[in-house]
Design a protein. Sequence first.
Length: 228
Amino acid sequence: MAVNQVLPHYPELPPAVILEKEPIEVSTQEIATPAGDNAGIFAHNGVRFLVQSPYSERDHLLDLAALDEENALLARALTYMRSLRSDYATSPYTETFNWNEMMEELARLVREHGHRWKETSFFIVAFRSQIPPTTVYEDLGALDKVAHAEAIASGGFLKYWFGYPDKDGRNLATCVWRSQQDAIKGGVGPGHRKAAAATRSLYSHWKIDRHRLIVRDDVQSWEIIDWE
């Protein structure tokens, strides 16, 4: 994702929604909120609101009922995202996560709900960065949490994952969005602007890669390619 497509007022800065901070352990993949009439595809284990990041407060939960079938199903499958490599900060993106496992789960969900999956593409951002020893993780976390709530409220933010800096301060964070347009919309709030303004002093280096996840009809095949 090009920086100026996310934070148009700060073209030289990375999207604040993927600032790093110390990972938080989340004990469940969903919050026990009554599903009401939201069932089937739009409820994960009977729950409408999904934990899609390390933040589990209500303002940070993804409302499955606000999505279409393809996006709701993918968001549910993405709850199984995990890193396969300890060098995720520098490893190739397609080799870093358990994509095969997540796509198998997506196919299982499609079969379970009898849904006819139509080919759909999704927008992925990979934020590779390096922080100096002077950066305080608590400062990163506070900025990131506000930005994340803004991004959730804007819609279409399916998954947020981040790692922990290695011995050289290098790290990876990634977002999966319904579309590039959603990513742009999700990065223009006041929390993002504040975080973006602070990044000059928080990072010594950063790089943004954009990818497209394509899941073809009936989840018969899938691929991750560079966004063009």
